[in-house]
Design a protein around this ligand. Structure first.
Ligand code: PA5
Length: 455
């Protein structure tokens, strides 16, 4: 069978003493069927975008222009950057920007306003040969907007034409980027209004930088479509994304508040970063859909195998029963290294000689899986036969669907993020944005009144 596989063996009793029993799954069979039908009827943006792929044509139309630059710089944050980063690191070589003979632009993704970070990227580009892709659905996010202003300032200071060095990705109607695009004729791609930031990696948000970096975006979409078809299956035992959601939900109800994603592959690591946002921002909610206070959510954590075996795994094995570990196994690495047979007289070294690094890494994964299971800790495995755009598309859609199902099980709104707003408002107020004068006063007064404890 083509594509990724889900191994749930160590999520179930008796393999795990406190594991989920099949009876518990059976109790939810009907509920899951209802949820799947509901999601398919409601067709949230991350599903409908796979039906109408007109936006792909537009991106492919500008492929030559986009790839003619030496550097392609994304300016965005959160859902307007994490998917881009995940696609680049997963589907391109880890040293992509430094590869000799590369035919496509270097890709930089600026998803913070840390001046050291931003400056370090600006140091690496030649503005004459750079295309900046400003991505913001709302067109208001302070981080993306300030980095846009910086990029624009540089372009203007070099006497360059902004139309030749900037492309926006934003809402079709609203926001300041759309306004500027109309006023100045800057090339602009649309983010379908019904697709929220963290679900937007398969829209022009994630696809343009992917294409710029030479990634096969058609195969990515095909992988997503493949899992969409599998996700229509209302039998939870045959629907990996729904089963994964249900297992996480049942464990969550038993106090397993932490969901760890641990790829045994540096290239797959940042998929876990993308997942963290999806799981945290979609499911961490104060209110349920009936307006009752519920304060739900499962904390997503990322870890890297084998590195974090020497940092985190002690806790995972012997700490509290509050974690589910998803290991990600890569069967075929793009490259491999054979360990030389040296020091054959020393048994602490000789067993390694002649073996491949991929073999060692996957043996370590097996060791972690075995140890977690022996310690009674629930763990599952996603198996990538290899890394390609189709498999990554499958993974992305699978987690989007899983998140949608989990949101329904938790009875919350999966697609909003009211908890992010307050911090944003405070920034606007304290940075002097018009309309926030009163709120700024309120914040300052509250801070003044606080008893300070700084040592
Ligand atoms: O998932 C989300 O909605 C957020 O993480 C947004 O993507 C993030 O805040 C950036 O928003 P915008 O694209 O409007 O600049």
């Amino acid at each position: 069978m083509k594509g990724i596989k889900f191994d749930f063996t160590n999520m179930f009793f008796p393999n795990i003493e406190k594991g989920i029993k099949f009876d518990e799954i059976d109790e939810y069979k009907e509920k899951i069927k209802e949820i799947i039908n509901e999601i398919m009827d409601e067709e949230p943006g991350f599903i409908s975008l796979l039906k109408d792929t007109k936006y792909l044509e537009k991106i492919l139309d500008i492929q030559d222009w986009v790839q003619s630059f030496e550097s392609f710089v994304v300016l965005g944050i959160g859902g307007s950057a994490l998917g881009n980063i995940a696609l680049q690191t997963t589907l391109n070589p880890l040293n992509y920007n430094y590869m000799k003979g590369r035919k496509t632009p270097k890709i930089f993704i600026v998803d913070n306003v840390d001046p050291d970070f931003v400056a370090s990227i600006l140091d690496q580009i030649d503005p004459h040969k750079t295309l900046f892709n400003v991505i913001s659905k709302s067109g208001t996010t302070a981080e993306a907007m300030s980095n846009y202003l910086i990029a624009r300032g540089i372009i203007e200071s070099y006497g360059l034409d902004p139309k030749k060095h900037i492309i926006f990705t934003t809402d079709p109607e609203n926001g300041i980027l759309r306004q500027i695009s109309k006023d100045e004729g800057i090339e602009t791609l649309e983010i379908p209004p019904e697709v929220g930031g963290r679900f937007s990696v398969l829209t022009p948000v994630g696809l343009l930088s992917a294409l710029a970096g030479g990634i096969d975006i058609i195969d990515l979409i095909n992988g997503a479509k493949d899992i969409l078809e599998k996700s229509k299956n209302t039998n939870v035992y045959e629907n990996p994304a729904a089963l994964n959601a249900l297992l996480h939900f049942l464990y969550y109800k038993k106090g397993y508040n932490i969901s760890i994603m641990m790829p045994y592959s540096n290239k797959l690591l940042l998929l876990a970063d993308w997942y963290r946002q999806l799981w945290a921002e979609s499911l961490g909610k104060k209110y349920n859909i009936n307006g009752e206070i519920v304060n739900v959510g499962q904390t997503p954590v990322k870890a890297l195998g084998a590195t974090d075996q020497h940092s985190q795994v002690q806790l995972y094995n012997e700490g509290p029963d509050d974690k589910i570990v998803t290991l990600i196994k890569l069967e075929k690495f793009e490259r491999d290294i054979k360990i030389p047979k040296l020091h054959e007289g020393y048994s602490a070294l000789s067993y390694l000689g002649g073996r491949k690094l991929s073999e060692l890494l996957n043996t370590e994964l097996f060791g972690t899986e075995y140890a977690l299971t022996e310690h009674g800790k629930p763990n599952m495995k996603i198996i990538f036969p290899e890394i390609n755009a189709f498999n990554v598309g499958q993974f992305i859609f699978s987690y989007e669907f899983q998140t949608a199902v989990m949101g329904k099980l938790l009875e919350i709104n999966t697609y909003d993020q009211p908890g992010v707003e307050l911090g944003k408002k405070v920034t606007y107020a304290l940075m002097g944005r018009k309309g926030y004068e009163e709120f700024s006063k309120e914040v300052k007064e509250k801070i003044e009144k606080k008893e300070k404890f700084i040592i």
